[in-house]
Design a protein around this ligand. Structure first.
Ligand SMILES: [Zn+2]
Length: 123
């Protein structure tokens, strides 16, 4: 099993129908490739797709290797949003921020439901 899913790289070869990238582009790789057909994918919430194929999740090998083939629409040109060599780090940071954001909402919901119960039964 090959590990690796938060990574970036340089495009060395393209499929014949790829229009969004060119050889030499530096890209950040979205490790999860969704079906692109289900309700979640069409709403832009592809991270909820039940048919997601994810790097380094058996039986799919990860991308920590010299050459790796990936869906072009899940490779993002780093020049479009980030000019440093650390775009894959940005993915990890954004994921961490998102986790804290989601948990703070759950905490808020928990607190507000407790508050409502306390309000109904003031003893
Ligand atoms: Zn889907």
């Amino acid at each position: 099993m090959i590990i690796g899913h938060e990574s970036s790289g340089v495009v060395v070869k393209l499929g014949k129908n790829v229009k969004n990238l060119k050889v030499g582009d530096r890209v950040a790789i979205e490790p999860g490739v969704s079906c692109r057909m289900c309700k979640f994918c069409k709403e832009g919430r592809y991270n909820l797709c039940k048919d997601m194929i994810f790097c380094a999740t058996p039986p799919v090998h990860g991308n920590l290797r010299r050459f790796y083939k990936h869906a072009a629409d899940f490779c993002f040109n780093r020049h479009l949003f980030w000019y440093s060599r650390h775009s894959s780090t940005l993915i990890i940071v954004s994921t961490t921020v998102w986790i804290f954001y989601v948990h703070s909402i759950n905490f808020y919901v928990f607190m507000s439901s407790n508050f409502q119960q306390m309000h109904k039964n003031p003893e």
